[in-house]
Design a protein around this ligand. Structure first.
Ligand code: SF4
Length: 354
């Protein structure tokens, strides 16, 4: 058994042969671009690599440097983020770029200074320092937690065991090789988690760690990490109004700057609550007076709750009251130029077909 070989050596040897080619990654022997690291890490929060790649490329094409991003309007940044979800990330990214540009223009090389920036937590700070600046930090995300839980056969459930897993993960880069190749090591761990030590059916047979991995040796890799059963997601209910004018433009307005889908455009909508309110109440809330016909119901699953929305279409003249502000009339073909969430696009697509 090769228990004498440090984890880091096994991991780095594997990485040298099997690393993924990703647009934000520096090629071997070249200096990484910390802006690419920051941008990709923020996009990758809660989002799959395959989904992020076209967005990353689009951002780099439009904002080649952090300064370009800082100087861009928030509307343009939000519009380009459309479809990637978790919109507060886009707003924080923009604020973060402006903050860095205002200081030295260089992304900080210090953990605390990074964490003081909008949208940057422990994980992202560690990822930027290790990948962008080759500092020996271990960035612990869900992938790394899973690999660690299996390597050490930890059988206590998540999320309670998170701090233990983080502490154990931080021992994985012990040894000179991992310290000197901190960026490669961080990315190697991500790659192993994403391509080999997958949540289901881990490929232990081709894993560089199989001979030192306790879960693999004990044949319990499939059941780790153990997760405490989540409480069922609550359901919220809302009413949205589809209002089109004779130029085929749709009435949209901006959601509040805080909360779910913050700052994106939406159909005039009621507040999402524990149960459906009446259409009369929704009309009052939105200030869009007229006759409406119910055309269907849309279901959308967010991370923390499920949303059900009844859609109503205006079938008479429209009268706007003072409640209605920030109205915009936008043609459905032009939606991609505006920060419009996947949920709203789904509702608009549904309504325009009726
Ligand atoms: S041997 Fe299996 S369980 Fe262990 S780290 Fe590799 S893929 Fe994961």
């Amino acid at each position: 058994m090769s228990t004498q070989i440090p984890y880091a050596t096994l991991i780095l040897r594997w990485y040298d042969r099997h690393q993924r080619i990703l647009p934000w990654r520096a090629k071997t022997g070249t200096i990484p671009n910390p802006y690419y690291v920051l941008l990709s890490e923020i996009m990758l929060q809660q989002t799959q690599v395959a989904t992020v790649i076209p967005y990353f490329n689009k951002f780099i094409e439009n904002f080649p440097t952090l300064n370009d991003l800082a100087e861009a309007s928030l509307e343009k940044v939000m519009a380009m983020w459309t479809g990637l979800g978790y919109y507060s990330r886009a707003r924080n990214l923009h604020r973060c770029a402006q903050e860095v540009a205002k200081q030295s223009g260089e992304i900080p090389k210090d953990y605390q200074a990074l964490k003081a920036l909008p949208g940057i937590g422990d994980y992202t700070a560690a990822a930027i320092l290790s990948i962008g600046y080759n500092q020996p930090y271990v960035a612990v995300d869900g992938n790394v937690e899973r690999v660690t839980a299996r390597l050490f056969a930890i059988q206590e459930p998540l999320p309670m065991i998170k701090p233990t897993l983080a502490a154990l993960a931080k021992t994985l880069n012990e040894g000179r090789e991992a310290q000197e190749r901190a960026g490669d090591f961080a990315q190697a761990l991500f790659d192993i988690g994403a391509t080999i030590c997958k949540p289901k059916n881990p490929s232990c047979l081709i894993c560089p760690l199989s001979e030192v991995c306790k879960a693999s040796l004990e044949k319990i890799a499939d059941i780790l990490p153990i997760r405490q059963r989540k409480a069922e997601k609550p359901t919220k209910y809302g009413i949205s109004l589809f209002i089109e004018n004779d130029k085929n433009q749709i009435l949209l307005r901006k959601r509040p700057e805080k909360g779910v889908l913050a700052g994106t455009l939406e159909l005039p909508s009621s507040i999402w609550s524990e149960q459906y309110i009446s259409i009369e109440q929704a009309i009052k809330e939105t200030g869009c007076l007229g006759q409406y016909q119910e055309i269907g119901e849309i279901k959308h699953v967010f991370t923390h709750f499920t949303l059900k929305v009844k859609l109503f279409k205006l079938v008479s003249d429209l009268k706007l009251t003072q409640v209605a502000q920030d109205n915009m009339w936008i043609h459905s073909d032009e939606l991609n130029h505006y920060p419009c969430s996947t949920l709203m696009k789904k509702m608009i697509a549904y309504s325009t077909k009726i």
